[in-house]
Design a protein. Sequence first.
Lengths: 322, 263
Amino acid sequence: MVVAIFFTSFLFGRYPVTPDKVMAILISKIISVPKSWTDTMETVVLQVRFPRIVAALMVGGALSVSGAAYQSVFKNPLVSPAILGVSAGAGFGAALGMILYLPWVAVQLLAFVFALLAVAISLFISKIIGGSSMIVLVLGGMVISAFFQALISIAKYIADPLDTLPAITFWLMGGLSKVSNNDVIFAILPITISIAVLYLLRWQVNVLTVGDEEAAALGVNINRIRLVVVLCATLMTAAAVSISGIIGWVGLLIPHMARMIIGPNFQLLLPVSLLMGSGYLLLVDNIGRSAGSVEIPLGILTSLIGAPFFIFLLSKAKKGWS
Amino acid sequence: MSLFVQTLSFNYTKRSNILNDVSLSVAKGDVLCLLGPNGTGKTTLLRCILGILKINQGEIHIGGRAIRSLSARELAREVAYVPQATSTVFPYQVLDMVIMGRNPHLGLISTPSSRDEEIAREALTKTGILHLENCLFSEISGGERQLVLIARALAQQANLLILDEPTANLDFGNQARVLMIINDLARQGYSIFMTSHFPNQAFLVCNKVAIMNEGRILACGSPDEIITDSCLSDLYSSSIKVVSARILDKPHKEVKVCVPMLV
């Protein structure tokens, strides 16, 4: 399914390229094929659409898996990856970079660094105040989020209303239109490593969801596992957000949909969330860039499509939710 | 000796001890019932034995080894915990819940095998609820949940079982069912340490009773010698009589029952 969406995605966009040409161009990268396409086609497919499609898969997958991980670790289905301040931190980092007229790479790097910084502060707050209490951690995350939101507002307030302010606003809406192959290379490592670590720990995460005391009695080193999971989920969210801007709803919605289909067992939940998240974001991105004459920002579309779709699912499959 | 607690003290803050100089022991096949009023430190003691809380003074030995020398995983192979039946946030299937009992036998990055699944099914069979394996834990009754949690503890294959008020919130029939299972398990050689608010249960299934008040063990011994009018009346600060009841259609069989005197 995801593979099918992956290949058909190359067909969407302003510049028409036929399916056989797309295949030929992609294959030519692996084995040599007689050239039957124009250079423009090759640029469109490899430099514009390829990174964008891969980025959509990566960002969607990363947000969904980290959402699933956060929800499991916090034992709360209402938690999204933004809970510890990742998004707000990244937003401020990006805004800061744009105000300072830094090059795009530096803007992304700042977003990434501030995303990690925000979560680090949240973790630090919970460490000095409440020991291992989850409530303190969540409250710390909310406070840090609010703090960075305020900083974003300041950044918007002092930004040049003609060019910087729209750029910041657009970034906060999220989108993949600026993604290049370099962005993909930048984000792929933290995302794949984090997913791999979570996949290895999938059973421990599962046991963690029954409650701290019971998990500890079942031999889980709860504090260490929880920290590792939060770090992985944060790292990949930060990487995703830094190339895509803030894309809401995916990290909350997809794990729910996955759970409705295959149940809460994290062993299955992780791969299914990954696939569904990748496919979903790619699909929505395709809609976004082909629906209107002007591209609709991805973050807006995920919410617009996600909300009613979620309600529909909720009414349809009520597997264990009472 | 399965469980050996010696001169244990515990406090959350430096000011006052929650547990004071607690000593007790549970041998193989023993069923020890810990009685005491609310807020007296029973659950705290369980948490200390499970290694969740770090004790300030004293020693806890399980299966002959000091628990401070064991990792969480090693400890969980020696002692299994049956919490009070509550619900989980996420809707797990019963079989999934029981397989979690296999966790201490798995490596950090491994997942349960079909052998673990088989052991989980055997545990469900032992508690008589194999037919529920595909039901959701959140949708079965409180009594059934308690049986699932006992099955999970059995799947853990630890010799010492710790049960926190195993019959709390259960109806009369389910209380009896759980007590029967506890009886069976003790006969199979498990050592059982349970807390309870019902002194009657001590007469029914336990061969040892410990009386706890304000963080201290006041008495420990067989139910017949420990559970007396004066002991219970002092412990619960209300007038309680231990009476001998004859079962109507079996005149030779007598059971002891505790009755609160309301006037």
